[in-house]
Structure formats: C-alpha cells, structure tokens
Design a protein around this ligand. Structure first.
Ligand SMILES: [Mg+2]
Length: 356
C-alpha cells in the first residue's frame, strides 16, 4: 500500500514535470499578453499538430534520476554518472539546452573536473532538475548534498543552489503529506527560508509569498509584485518563486497550478516543469488530467518510459534494489532532429504573426 502510494507520487512528479514542460514549451519566451492572444482557451498540447514533446527540463530530470539509480545513492558515483550522462546528452544536440548548462558541459568535455565545471550563473537550469532529488532523499543532509553536487556541476552561483534546494525541499515535504491533505503554510515557509537563511533577496521573496498566500493573491498578481508582468524570466529567483507560489496556492490541483503558472508567460517550459513536478507529486499519478499525458508524443521520453522510471525511483526511495531504466539511445538523434525542426517552425510562425 505504502509502495503503491510512493510510486504514484514519484511517477506523478515525473509525469507532472513532463506535462508542464510540454504544455509550456510552444509559448516559451512569449510575454503574458502574447501568450493569451496566441494560445487562448484552456492549456493543451500545441507543439506538433496538437501533440506535445518534452524539452531539456524533463530530460535533465531524467538524467539526474538515472544517475541516482546507477549510483545506488553513492554521492561519488552519482557525480561521475551525472557528468557522463550530461556529456552524452550534449553530444546528441538537445534542442533546448540553457546557456549555462551548455558552457558547463563543454567544460566537462574539455577535461574540467565535474566539481569545477559549473559556471557563474543564477539561471534556473539546476532548479528544473532538482524536484526529483527531493522525492528520493527523505534525509535532509543527504538531500542537500545531492542537490549541491547536481547544481555545482553546471551552476556555481549560490542562488542557483538556493532555487534548486527550494524545489527539492518542496517535493520532499509534499511526499510526506498524504494525498488530499495540504502542508501547513508555516512549514512551507520555514523550509523555504532555510534554503538561504542569510540571503536578503531570498528572504524578501519568501515574505512576499507568505503575504500572497495569506491574502489568496493570484499567481499573476504575485508575478506582478515581482515586476514580472511581462513574463517570468529564467533567473532562478524569478522562476522558482512563481512555480512554488502556484503549486501551494492551488495545492493538489494540477490543472489550476499549470494554468495559472504557465499563463504568466516567459520561461514557461521551465516554470511549467517545476510547478508540474510539485503538483504531480502532490496529486499522485491519477491526479494528472489524462488529456495532458495522452497527447505527449515523444520517444524515448514517452509516458511509458517515465512510468517505468517512476517505478524504479519508488523502489530506490524505499530502499529496495532498483535499476537504471533502459533507454533507446538510437532514437535520440532522430527525435532531436524533429524537435529542433519543430522549434524553428514555431519561431517562424511567431515572426509571421507578430511582425505585422
Ligand atoms: Mg526547456
């Protein structure tokens, strides 16, 4: 019973991440108003003929998850495994690789140690792949260690670590609370504050979140209060607070969370991936609307693959022997070619539609 529940939550986290990522992807970098005019109505998959593909946000979460499984929770092996997974991931020319992650992985290829490869960036590249670590490590010390190892490999700025830890802490807290119940706001705030106790900018963000939740402020209004009325940027202190704010405001409601967060515009695949992962973990696999998953058309990163991965991650987190999920690597170049071509079509459409 307990294993089933954990499996449903961990799988929910992965599927929620993929759903949010793929729903947000077609409108990535569109401002809030343009999002609304380009994609009116309820959120649905619109990347490729009414279907969705996942981007780097989900891929990076998969890499982290597989690295944990292959290392059986040993930090040194995790570091090595993740560094090689990132190197090979880049070789396949992923369509949506962030600038900091790209530079860091190139540094890995040029022989820089995986403890030194991170670049000075406060982007959200490490935060988008961290919720899964929160779900896998109930022990706070171990959780922090793994988040730091994962973050430092690509991002050296302390703020990137704070954002990544905040996402992991929220996932860990979610998994402790039974489905149907909501965590206490005091505990959410305390964990967020703990992520960076001496950082005034972060503390002010947590203050704003608390005030917003207390006054039932909408996610849009919260984003406005951070100066993000035109869209949520890739700065980790913008992306993570908006995603976390939406997750807790609409706790357990995947649709309301993703609708409210993604429609703020900006870096919508990343805000969608983080909010979706947290909302999916809160609601469990069965709480994710089937229409969000039925239209994900991707390979090897399919819904079936993510369910298999969720099953193994649940085993790992229960201390039962777990294995890396076999991946059809041969398909990745073809998949990335299709992904890249579709992104270019979207860019062209934007130019045609908006340069009138
Ligand atoms: Mg992306």
């Amino acid at each position: 019973m307990e294993i089933d529940d954990r499996e449903s939550r961990v799988t929910g986290l992965l599927l929620g991440c993929a759903a949010g990522d793929s729903l947000g992807l077609p409108g990535e970098r569109l401002g809030r108003k343009r999002w609304a005019s380009r994609f009116p109505g309820p959120l649905r998959q619109r990347f490729l003929f009414g279907h969705g593909m996942v981007s780097d946000d989900t891929e990076l979460s998969i890499l982290v998850a597989q690295a944990v499984l292959s290392s059986a929770g040993d930090s040194e092996s995790f570091l090595l495994s993740l560094s090689w997974r990132l190197r090979y991931w880049l070789l396949f020319l992923p369509g949506g690789c962030g600038w900091a992650t790209l530079r860091a992985v190139l540094r890995l290829w040029f022989g820089v140690s995986c403890r030194e490869s991170g670049v000075k960036s406060a982007g959200n590249g490490a935060a988008v792949r961290s919720a899964v670590l929160g779900a896998l490590f109930p022990d706070p010390v171990e959780r922090r260690d793994f988040v730091r190892l994962s973050t430092r490999m690509t991002h050296r700025d302390e703020r990137a670590y704070v954002g990544a830890l905040a996402a992991a802490e929220m996932a860990a807290l979610t998994l402790r609370i039974p489905i149907g119940r909501k965590p206490e706001q005091e505990e959410v705030s305390a964990r967020l504050r703990m992520a960076a106790s001496g950082d005034a900018e972060w503390t002010e963000l947590v203050d704003r979140m608390e005030t917003g939740w207390r006054n039932a402020m909408t996610v849009e209004a919260f984003a406005d209060s951070l100066g993000l009325a035109k869209g949520v940027s890739g700065y980790v202190y913008h992306t993570v607070p908006v995603a976390v704010y939406g997750w807790f405001l609409h706790y357990g409601d995947v649709t309301a969370t993703l609708e409210s967060v993604i429609k703020c515009g900006g870096d919508t695949d990343s805000t969608g991936a983080i909010a979706g992962a947290l909302a999916g973990a809160a609601a469990g696999e069965s709480g994710i609307p089937p229409e969000y998953l039925d239209r994900i058309c991707d390979y090897p990163w399919s819904v079936t693959f993510l369910r298999r991965l969720g099953e193994q991650l649940a085993r790992f987190s229960k201390g039962v022997p777990a294995t890396v999920v076999p991946t059809a690597y041969w398909a990745i170049p073809f998949r990335n070619l299709l992904f890249g071509a579709t992104v270019y079509v979207h860019i062209l459409l934007r130019l045609l539609l908006f340069w009138r």
